[in-house]
Design a protein around this ligand. Structure first.
Ligand code: ADP
Ligand code: ASP
Ligand code: MG
Length: 405
């Protein structure tokens, strides 16, 4: 008997019919004699709506209360999924993240999993149940409800698969697998049979929302091989696993566009030791994730000054502004300019380690498409550029055509 972990995302459980479809799939898998643990997301749109409601009351709501609010989304779906299984005469029981033994730190809205003690899950499986666990949520050791960051049900699934030593981990979603680019934007995108953890991690952190990046990080760390596949058909999906030698033959595995970034430019920053440290320490303390950072060369006739730009997630922009405004006088910044009209376009591939000329080809493609590059950052296996949001999708298509076809 195998233990299978299946995760169904928001669209897959988006309405009663879809929930019944998921129940039928689970029932089929169970018929084969396996133990099944299911992780579900909130129904599509529910989490966004809850956030919107809170922000209509206050632009920067208390994060503990946001977690209490957002955790209700998944709690609805676990019960509905259990009811749908009961309707098929399949014994099933729902558990919140806390009941499933998921213990996190106390960083509300972005909590990290500390440990999982899935005692209850084992007990209920042994009694013959399908166990349905709420994704995206956990509890601190003091009993506070937490959530794991947007898309966090993926993390619940991978982490539970690791803790339960599952034989199979399947991430069911609304596309057939991981593609060379978002198939909703690039019509010529191709489904990948397999992809390495590192490539999936880069693509996910760079905007390919098919997997939450922290879940891929976790999978890599604990060696959880998983498959991304569709809840709407039986097509084989994409296997995400450790890099193999043959993967290096492909220079660019995928292209990603992140439309959720914002840029902050600090104008007239005193160019002396300790200033950048002060700024980024304060942002870090407020749990604002910083991505790209670019510092200009010094200017000004008196004491040297510089301009400093960095990108943050749009969701963190207000918080970042608050932190910077509190520091403005202390540090002596002249001005703060923000823009949400940026897109981050990236190409990713382990093959970049052994190929040259990749950046040149990307920049040339963008130049030919009339796209100006605002910021650049690279790693061993990726190149990212910040560009005008309005040109993002056209640029993505051009770069995909140049590297993948
Ligand atoms: P779920 O609700 O199942 O977690 P998500 O909406 O979070 O699903 O992720 C699936 C979506 O990710 C797809 O509908 C697709 O538009 C998008 N996506 C972005 N990049 C990719 C990619 N490279 N391959 C597949 N899907 C992608
Ligand atoms: N419901 C949460 C979200 O929308 C978690 C998830 O769907 O994975 O981000
Ligand atoms: Mg998702």
């Amino acid at each position: 008997m195998s233990l299978i972990v299946q995760k169904y995302g928001g669209t897959s459980v988006g309405n009663p019919e879809r929930i019944k479809n998921v129940a039928r799939r689970i029932a089929e898998a169970r018929k084969r004699g396996d133990n099944i643990v299911v992780i579900v997301s909130a129904m599509s749109g529910v989490t966004d709506n809850l956030i919107k409601l809170a922000k209509e009351i206050m632009p920067l709501p208390n994060e503990r209360e946001m977690d209490v609010l957002l955790a209700t989304g998944e709690q609805q779906t676990i019960a509905l999924a259990a009811i749908a299984l009961h309707a098929l005469n399949v014994p099933a029981i729902s558990l919140t993240g806390a009941q499933a033994g998921i213990v996190t730190d106390g960083v509300h809205t972005k909590a990290k999993i500390h440990n999982i003690t899935p005692k209850k899950v084992h007990e209920l499986l042994n009694q013959g149940n399908v166990v349905i666990v709420a994704g995206f949520q956990g509890e601190t050791s003091e009993g506070q409800i937490t959530t794991l960051g947007r898309g966090g049900s993926d993390l619940t699934a991978i982490a539970l698969a690791a803790a339960l030593k599952a034989d199979l981990c399947q991430i069911y979603t609304d596309v057939d697998g991981v593609y060379t680019a978002d198939p909703r934007i690039v019509s010529g995108a191709r489904k990948l049979a397999e992809i390495s953890y590192d490539e999936m991690l880069e693509l996910a952190s760079l905007g390919a929302k098919v997997m939450q990046s922290r879940s891929v990080e976790f999978a890599k760390k604990f060696g959880v091989v998983f498959e991304v596949r569709s809840s709407l058909n039986d097509n084989p999906g994409t296997i995400v696993k450790e890099e193999t030698k043959s993967m290096e033959g492909v220079v660019v595995r995928g292209v990603a566009l992140d439309k959720n970034q914002a840029k902050v430019t600090l104008v007239g920053v005193p160019d002396k030791p300790g200033v950048a440290a002060k700024i980024f320490k304060a942002l870090g303390d407020a749990a604002v994730n910083i991505d790209m950072i670019v510092q200009n060369i010094s200017h000004g006739s008196g004491a040297p000054q510089t301009d400093l730009s960095f990108t943050v997630e749009k969701a963190d922009l207000l918080k970042a502004q608050k932190v910077i405004n509190a520091l403005k006088n202390k540090v002596g910044l002249r001005d703060v300019i923000t823009s949400e009209k940026i897109g981050k376009l990236s190409i990713v591939g382990v093959g970049m380690k052994s190929h040259t000329g990749v950046a040149g080809k990307m920049f040339e493609t963008l130049a030919d498409a009339g796209v100006n590059i605002d910021m650049i950052s690279t790693s061993e296996i990726k190149i990212s550029v910040v560009i005008d949001l309005a040109k993002g999708e056209a640029a993505m298509k051009a770069v995909h055509a140049a590297f993948i076809g």
